[in-house]
Design a protein around this ligand. Sequence first.
Ligand SMILES: [Zn+2]
Ligand SMILES: [Zn+2]
Length: 412
Amino acid sequence: MTGWRVDHQCPQCGAPVTLAESDRLFICPYCRVRLYLATPGACRYYLPPADRDDDELFYVPYWRAKGMLFSCRGHQIAKRLLDTSIRAVEIQGFSKSLGFRPQSLPLRFVTPEISGSFLTVETPLKTSVEDLHRRRLAAGSGEMDFSAFIGEECSLIYAPVKRVGENRFQDAIDSKKLPEISAAILDHRRQKEPLADSALSFVPALCPACGWDLIGERDSLVLLCDNCHTAWKASVAGLQPVLASVFPPEDKQDILQIPFWRLQVQIDGLEINSYADLVRQANLPKMIDPAWNERPASFWVPAFKIQPRLFLRLAKNMTIIQPSEEPECHVDASSFYPVTMTANEASESLAVLLATMIMPRQRIFPLLPHLHITLHDARLMFWPFKLQGPDIIEPHSGMALNRNALRWGRSI
Ligand SMILES: [Zn+2]
Ligand SMILES: [Zn+2]
């Protein structure tokens, strides 16, 4: 798997810069400005056509489908990584995916000035992924009962085609002829409104509360201030606060603070209203403390991408451990592993997490397609793991995680 590259200009000095697809925090190598990237909706990219000023250009949308796919069949959960692109408009004649193209050609951000007609996105990302997966299964060994895709928040790539005659089109990058496509259909699917949500904004990576430089890795979705101990995420209206807690480690040496989303949800279709309910439903070997009946059940889901198998193991482990205290957001000298998944994406994994936790499986699996999960509250929790040789260790459960798995997860 390789990430895609995006060509852009530094908003401050205009120097050409190349960003990785997952980059959010941007430091210009020329003028050293530190900026944080925000988009109002899906991140939209396009593949540049050979002739950019051609007014017969149409841009065909493709979803970027990169992430973890869980599918449940019988009483089994299959886990796999997905890294592909899927056409987001129902017009035959255009290829179903972009293949290797975005790896070999640099992408650019769609901005309102780009000439040409953008076709409207018709199929939501999750539907496209499920359809793709269903077709693959149908070609193989049968039915899927339930699936969940957890990936990029959303990104779209537009591929250019050029009209060269009545119902005749060609690829606008390599001029290859395309099968006949009705121009009337294309005209009809043309985005009537300008792509207003494609306006990118770069906001200074400075703490809005105290003016200090915010800290984070280039792919961090949340930046931290170690001066006033606050956490921030990007939005086009500027940086927005994120509710966060940092659990102080017993021993401050060799600690990596790992981020989890603590999700509080309403589950229609399953009786889990308290931590005691969760312990009972998961059949955990714990004596139920009567106070647990009053304690809300929360789900702790990794706020970062990692191999699907480890993602579920971590979520299950931390959901069982879940501490009841709520410390302050005190950003200390520990290292902080970057948040690379939003709370909304993390919450998409909850049905699958329930499938791994609730016993017996015969009871939970048939319920999965009917569960309705509403997210009420999300808080970012940094939990200290101990660095030990090639591993990081969760101190309460002893769960070990190889550091390479974390490193590798950054490319998912
Ligand atoms: Zn610059
Ligand atoms: Zn601050």
